[in-house]
Design a protein around this ligand. Structure first.
Ligand SMILES: Nc1ncnc2c1ncn2[C@@H]1O[C@H](COP(=O)(O)OP(=O)(O)O)[C@@H](O)[C@H]1O
Ligand SMILES: [Mg+2]
Length: 348
């Protein structure tokens, strides 16, 4: 559906030169739902505007829905839907008129655009609102109208730029539900941008992480987390009661008990927060607290598997586990490990 090679865009604003997109190579297959994830200013919108033929690339090439964005922009546009960042509808127009105008724009006969408009209003839970003005809609309704406008030509490929930004959690979930239903119904390929980590994680089948105009990772969310971030298992093991002389022994016993569980014990010397892309090995860290208990942290790619294994191994070794916890890797950990910055903080 999409194939790009070295796509770049440089803006010249007065004396300032902004390299917004620095060489994007990306392929999207038919039927995929891909999210471009990155902080503000990463170059997501600029990339989308090039792929939709709204903006001429500075260099590189791209084929979208089978046509070259530079030489065949009209062919590209007739096969895509594009919902830009911010709202597209004219504020004082009526909802149905907006949809009908969009249909006319695509050269559809009246009977067809009326049918499609009614269909989309129903599908997006906007029925009954056709006669209302755009400005009278709520934020969530307005964004759903944007989606309806982008779907009037029944495009096989849909671009959505930050579809859920600014919506409350309920409206966001609702819009996602609609996107899912429409995708099924029309068999669409969908490319969207977001800076919401949780959304990219739970909704996208594939996440393209963009930072400073380049792709820093491209994989399904689970693979990104496996390759670029660790789960952390924490266990508190009861120390031997009585003498503090036991302390080094307790740590040794805990380590020995956990040795068969952990993949490759790094002795706790491993640098913290490092991703596992270059040969993941579990890293074990054990310290003795004030009360004599041994606190163990295990950084691993398979925390949910390691946790029960570790508890069982400690039990078999005659050690008693006081508490256990698991913090699973998030896309924020992935972004942090790849760029050294937290996307969560930048988004806030
Ligand atoms: N028309 C423009 N003129 C100059 N600079 C621009 C223009 N559009 C975007 N930029 C700059 O390009 C960079 C990428 O912007 P954008 O693609 O909108 O990022 P994102 O959508 O990821 O937030 C930013 O530094 C932005 O200020
Ligand atoms: Mg943007």
């Amino acid at each position: 559906m999409i194939h790009t090679e070295g796509l770049t865009k440089t803006f010249h604003r007065k004396k300032e030169v902004v390299e917004a997109v620095k060489g994007i190579d990306v392929d999207v297959r038919e039927g995929e739902l891909v999210a471009f994830l990155g902080p503000n200013g990463a170059g997501k919108s600029t990339t989308l505007r090039m792929l939709t033929s709204l903006l001429e690339p500075t260099s590189g090439r791209a084929e979208v829905a089978g046509f070259d964005i530079r030489t065949q922009p009209a062919e590209v546009r007739s096969r895509i839907g594009y919902i830009g960042q911010g709202n597209g509808g004219g504020f004082s127009y009526r909802v149905a008129d907006e949809l009908h105008n969009q249909g006319r724009f695509y050269g559809l006969p009246a009977s067809e655009y009326q049918r499609r408009a009614a269909d989309l209003l129903a599908a997006l839970e906007l029925d009954g609102l056709g006669k209302r003005t755009v400005q009278s809609l709520s934020g969530g309704q307005r964004r759903r109208l944007d989606v309806a406008l982008g779907l009037m030509n029944h495009p096989p490929l849909l671009f959505l730029d930050e579809p859920t930004t600014g919506l409350d959690p309920h409206s966001r979930a609702n819009l996602w539900e609609h996107i899912g239903v429409l995708r099924e119904r029309y068999g669409m390929t969908i490319v969207l941008t977001t800076h919401y980590l949780d959304e990219a994680d739970s909704m996208a089948e594939r996440v393209v992480v963009i930072d400073h105009g380049t792709i820093v990772a491209d994989a399904p969310p689970a693979a990104l987390k496996r390759d670029h971030a660790d789960d952390v298992v924490t266990l508190v093991v009861a120390g031997t009661p009585g003498s503090p002389a036991q302390v080094p022994d307790d740590v040794t016993r805990v380590r020995a008990a956990l040795a068969p569980v952990v993949g490759e014990v790094g002795g706790g010397a491993g640098e913290p927060g490092r991703g596992g892309s270059d040969g993941p090995g579990d890293r074990l860290h054990a310290t003795v607290g004030a009360g004599g208990d041994v606190t163990v942290t295990l950084s691993t790619t398979h925390g949910a598997d390691r946790l029960p294994e570790a508890i069982e191994s400690l039990r078999v070794a005659g050690l008693s586990v006081r508490s256990a916890g698991l913090k699973q890797a998030s896309l924020d950990d992935v972004f942090l490990n790849l760029t050294g910055r937290s996307l969560r903080e930048e988004a806030a």
